[in-house]
Design a protein around this ligand. Structure first.
Ligand code: MEV
Length: 277
């Protein structure tokens, strides 16, 4: 059996595809996979590719249990690929190190995403809180004060990550927005490491993602409501516009009012802490 943790992007999704900095943290929820003899889970394209790159035969069956909503910004496809590769390699008696696991998970991400930056596989494979720039060695961050966050489900996006990345590519104003997001991530990194408030920066990144055109009406309305209750919010991951926009980060001094609103509106959420040693 092998486990791979999901991830949440604190700052820098989409701009990371263009070479900007992203800050990403692994979360305690994730995906478990094991090789089974009886009927396994249905094989998605990513699962088939993961078995193949791990060197397994196509008749290998795997059972997958996921705590991550699919396609909702928490790195579900990278976590599925990584956990399947690990369990197949265990089964074949060929242990895998982290660097090879990263390379192979990245191969599978290409099936799911087309042109991935690699931020999802990096987080899922190496864990912790990392500063990631495409094609560069990743940097592990030690943050001064752990951050308590709420992850709010704005609904499953109708679009794939690939479609959302393409949508950004077609936005004529993308250059300036992407540059601003990258700069925000740099400022946030400094504050996280040295200590300091990042609430305002979360909000600013959230608003820039709205301008970039990756946040749908439902998530924008919810953002306004949560901001009205004093929270800082941004979507995390690729987003979505037609229906849901996936998971949204909410940070607040007092979560009680937010919990009440979400409970009354029957919106799913969970709480997590980033940066605990
Ligand atoms: C998806 O979790 C993050 C994106 O920036 C895509 C990528 O970096 O490959 C939207």
């Amino acid at each position: 059996m092998s486990f791979s943790a999901g991830k949440l992007i604190l700052f820098g999704e989409h701009s990371v595809v263009y070479g900007g900095l992203a800050l990403v943290a692994s979360i305690s929820r994730g995906v478990r996979a094991r090789v089974v003899q009886e009927a396994g889970s249905e094989k998605t394209e990513v699962v088939r590719k993961a078995i193949e790159v791990a060197g397994g035969d196509s008749d290998i069956k795997v059972k997958i249990e996921s705590e991550l909503p699919v396609g909702s910004g928490l790195g579900s496809s990278a976590a599925v690929a990584s956990s399947v590769i690990k369990t197949v390699r265990e089964y074949l008696g060929k242990p895998i190190d982290q660097d090879e696991l990263f390379q192979l998970t990245m191969e599978c991400e290409k099936v799911a995403h087309g042109n991935p930056s690699g931020v999802d596989p990096a987080s899922v494979v190496y864990g912790g809180l990392i500063a990631f720039i495409k094609g560069e060695p990743l940097e592990r961050l030690k943050i001064k004060d752990p951050i308590k966050l709420m992850l709010v489900n704005t609904g499953k996006p109708s679009e794939t990550t690939k479609e959302m990345v393409e949508r950004v590519a077609n936005n004529p104003d993308k250059e300036a927005i992407i540059k601003d997001i990258g700069q925000l991530a740099e400022r946030a990194k400094k504050r996280l490491v040295e200590g300091g408030e990042i609430s305002q920066l979360i909000n600013e990144n959230g608003i820039l993602l709205e301008k970039l055109g990756v946040v749908g009406e439902r998530a924008r309305t919810l953002s306004e409501q949560l901001r009205g209750l004093g929270a800082s919010v941004k979507i995390t991951g690729a987003g979505g516009v037609k229906t849901g926009s996936g998971m949204m980060i909410a940070k607040a001094k007092d979560f009680a009012k937010i919990r009440k609103l979400l409970d009354n509106s029957q919106i799913d959420y969970f709480e997590t802490t980033v940066g605990e040693q």
